[in-house]
Design a binder for this molecule. Structure first.
Ligand code: HEC
Ligand code: HEC
Ligand code: HEC
Ligand code: HEC
Length: 356
């Protein structure tokens, strides 16, 4: 919503820092937020992390905005706990004074956005050469600004419940304020000025919901992909064998007729012969094992027991529908039906009877 409001300058407050510097920098970049702060500094170099000020031209007047934040203990503590330890809050007077001469040179009017509460703000107004000071981090409302040490001090409440307005009439030289008129519109009130803001808030809400929905969808897709990947990894672990059960879903008649063949119970036959864990026997009575005469890992998974679909057709990972997935040929049978274990093997007869 701050992006949609198209601000000229935004002084960094401690709540903006609550999620840490990288988050704030990402938001600033994404929504093009003109963040400024003279005293949020790198703790080693003591240099400001954001631009200390910006100069904007308003109706031919160059207005310089400087941002400053309070160094009060509770605020810093809040910042330190969550923030990259690389940040530090410098003394407001010292750091603002450093940039003021530079701003004065470029601007006709200098506005200090003082996120410091009332006491520090009044002190800064007294102490520094600025024309207007806007108080932040303080709940009071002062629609008509008060003059302190030659500075107009205005405040429009906190937590965005008011929209502060300060109309200035300047002298011909630019910098001299001849007249001023303030207001602090209550945003909750009904009225034409705030209808636009209400619409904006609704639009921002809608966008946020949509963004959240998209994020949820993406997370769901990611989880689904991870599940698939896990499943595929398991299948790959057992030599690419999905198992006949997984083929059944789409090839039920073939599955049922395969179940009638001795291939579907080949492992039980081995078990009956008390040889289910004999490395010299397993290879021909299970699926997907290349070395038929010696099996290294006798602890074969149940998914590969018996002479299943994929022994003859190849791993389901290579499932095709163009005829290439059907593997026929005597040599396929002869891997197991060798002269020692299947002396009566005759391809034509066996084929008729034993496939599905
Ligand atoms: C992975 C090894 C393997 C492959 C490959 C294989 N078979 Fe078999 N086949 C067996 C085993 C083991 C049995 C015995 C199963 C049982 O009796 O429990 C068997 C049994 C049979 C039987 C039943 C024989 C009987 O006496 O009842 C037929 C028929 C048969 N296979 C045909 C084929 C054909 C045709 C092919 C090739 C298209 C083939 N098999 C490929 C391992 C294999
Ligand atoms: C090279 C592959 C191969 C190996 C290794 C193998 N078998 Fe078999 N086995 C077969 C085939 C093929 C058949 C089906 C033979 C047929 O009916 O023509 C079969 C059938 C059988 C049968 C049922 C038919 C019968 O002869 O009673 C038993 C029991 C059996 N095998 C046990 C074993 C045992 C125990 C071992 C390990 C000592 C073993 N097999 C190793 C391929 C093999
Ligand atoms: C012993 C080897 C063997 C096993 C085990 C086997 N098939 Fe086949 N399959 C064949 C052969 C051989 C053909 C015949 C190809 C042809 O008709 O040209 C075939 C054909 C097929 C076809 C295409 C023609 C048709 O009948 O629809 C499908 C689909 C198929 N098999 C699926 C399966 C499924 C699913 C399983 C497991 C439930 C399975 N097969 C198990 C060897 C096997
Ligand atoms: C999601 C459904 C589905 C699953 C699961 C499935 N298939 Fe298929 N399969 C098909 C379809 C559809 C065809 C094309 C049938 C046609 O053209 O008549 C096909 C074709 C085949 C063919 C003929 C191949 C060719 O190249 O024409 C074979 C063999 C086959 N499937 C075997 C298997 C085996 C083995 C499994 C299990 C590992 C399996 N299928 C799992 C849907 C499936």
């Amino acid at each position: 919503m701050m992006g949609m409001m198209d601000y000229d300058a935004i002084a960094v407050g401690e709540m903006d820092l609550a999620f840490g510097r990288p988050f704030l920098e990402e938001m600033a970049e994404k929504y093009d937020l003109p963040l400024i702060s003279a005293n949020v500094v790198d703790h080693k170099t003591k240099e400001p992390i954001f631009d200390p000020y910006v100069v904007r031209e308003v109706d031919g007047v160059r207005v310089g905005f400087v941002g400053v934040i309070s160094p009060e203990r509770h605020i810093i503590a809040q910042v330190e706990t969550k923030l990259d330890s690389k940040l530090e809050i410098g003394d407001p007077t010292e750091y603002t004074s450093k940039v003021l001469p530079e701003v004065r040179e470029q601007a006709d009017l200098v506005v200090l956005l003082s996120h410091t509460g009332i006491e520090t703000s009044e002190f800064l107004a007294e102490d520094l050469d600025v024309d207007v000071l806007v108080v932040g981090h303080y709940p009071a409302i002062q629609a008509q600004p008060k003059e302190i040490g030659g500075t107009l001090v205005a405040m429009a409440g906190s937590k965005s419940d008011r929209f502060g307005i300060l109309d200035l009439t300047l002298g011909p030289e630019g910098g001299e304020i001849l007249r001023h008129e303030g207001d602090a519109i209550r945003l909750m009130a009904k009225g034409p000025e705030v209808a636009e803001i209400t619409l904006m808030a609704q639009e921002a809400d809608r966008r946020e919901k949509e963004e959240r929905r998209q994020k949820q969808l993406a997370a769901q897709r990611e989880r689904e992909a991870a599940r698939q990947q896990e499943k595929t990894a398991k299948v790959q672990d057992r030599g690419g064998v999905f198992g006949a059960e997984s083929c059944k879903a789409c090839h039920e008649p073939v599955y049922e007729s395969w179940m009638e063949t001795p291939h579907a119970t080949a492992f039980a036959t081995l078990a009956e012969a008390d040889a289910w864990d004999n490395p010299d026997c397993i290879g021909c009575h299970v699926t997907g094992i290349d070395d038929k005469h010696f099996v290294d890992d006798v602890n074969v998974a149940p998914e590969v027991w018996n002479v299943q679909c994929e022994e003859c057709h190849g791993s389901g990972l290579q499932h095709a529908r163009d005829g290439s997935y059907v593997t026929i040929g005597e040599e396929l049978c002869r891997k197991c039906h060798d002269s020692e274990n299947s002396p009566d093997f005759d391809f034509e007869t066996y084929y008729e009877y034993g496939v599905h």
